[in-house]
Design a protein. Structure first.
Length: 313
């Protein structure tokens, strides 16, 4: 591995939304990026999105047009995996299908020098992806959170065969490109963020499906209380600020009554079965024909930009 301060060239495999966001993070920090995708048309669309994302940064004065143009110029596109042969680090961002990821890591393992770190941004353990690698010690999970260009945290987790030096190097590299690292001590499906997110999702869906509260009431309760609190203090900090004795006592009372289903509620499954996916289909639990989804997405982006400004001091 090159010293972090001498690491300048990168590759991102997968040109979907995650790959686009990660490419933007790397390019903004001064790295060159080879964005590897399936076909020229999809790569062209990816670059259009990246340009649009940078335009949003310029419009909100998070960067200048000159710096945005320079960052965009550092991103090149290709359909050839062999383009990764001379880079210093590769980040995989293909769809989270294990067979596909095993194939991708096997190919990269053959193409890249043995000391080049190969990172996956999947929320699945890296140990599941190294079956065809001769050098599994250089494989690691570096899980960016969507939208990657607006979320400053990356979950890092080594696998059963990952070298400690690779873990240390990956953390320092991510910090060098402006990310905060949440280093995990043990592999687990979903990692930290998704496990927290889906614990909340399970209870939210359960309360809606069982007629306990409307979707509007559940979402308002999250936005206007926990959402605000957790943007300052995390759940463990919050519990200790309130007092573990109090929170523990309430947990003894409430834990047995929380939903522990191991599959989504039938009411949600029925929506998916009928093609009611939410905003993209026009209907889900909400009727999106009566809601302005574009305005809500823009409002969320504005709030995330505000957080980035706060992070920058």
């Amino acid at each position: 591995m090159k010293p972090v301060e001498e690491t300048h060239s990168t590759a991102v495999v997968g040109n979907g939304l995650m790959g686009q966001g990660i490419s933007q993070v790397l390019a903004r920090s001064g790295k060159t990026v080879k964005l590897i995708g399936r076909n020229p048309d999809s790569l062209n669309r990816a670059m259009e999105t990246i340009r649009s994302n940078f335009a949003a940064f310029v419009a909100r004065k998070h960067t200048t047009q000159e710096d945005a143009d320079a960052a965009i110029s550092r991103i090149s596109t290709t359909t050839e995996y062999e383009a990764a042969a001379d880079v210093d680090v590769v980040i995989e961002a293909v769809p989270a299908v294990r067979e596909t990821q095993i194939e991708v890591f096997g190919r990269l393992d053959q193409i890249c020098a043995p000391d080049v770190v190969l990172a996956s941004t999947s929320g699945q353990p890296i140990s599941l992806m190294v079956d065809e690698m001769k050098h599994p010690e250089r494989a690691i999970a570096a899980h960016f959170i969507y939208p990657a260009q607006l979320m400053p945290l990356v979950e890092v987790c080594g696998g059963e065969k990952t070298s400690p030096d690779v873990i240390n190097w990956t953390c320092r590299f991510l910090e060098s490109v402006g990310q905060t690292v949440a280093l995990m001590d043990k592999e687990v499906d979903g990692f930290i963020v998704n496990r927290l997110q889906f614990a909340i999702m399970r209870e939210a869906w359960s309360m809606w499906a069982n007629g306990i509260a409307s979707a509007e009431a559940i979402d308002a309760s999250m936005r206007l209380t926990l959402g605000r609190r957790y943007s300052v203090t995390g759940p463990i900090e919050s519990a200790e600020l309130g007092g573990l004795d109090i929170i523990h006592m309430f947990g003894e009372f409430l834990f047995p009554d929380l939903d522990n289903i191991t599959t989504p509620p039938e009411a949600v499954t029925a929506l998916v079965r009928d093609g009611n996916y939410g905003l993209k289909s026009g209907k889900g639990i909400y009727d999106w024909s009566k809601r302005d989804g574009a305005a809500l997405l823009a409002k969320r982006a504005d709030r995330l930009f505000e957080h980035l400004a706060e992070d920058a001091g």
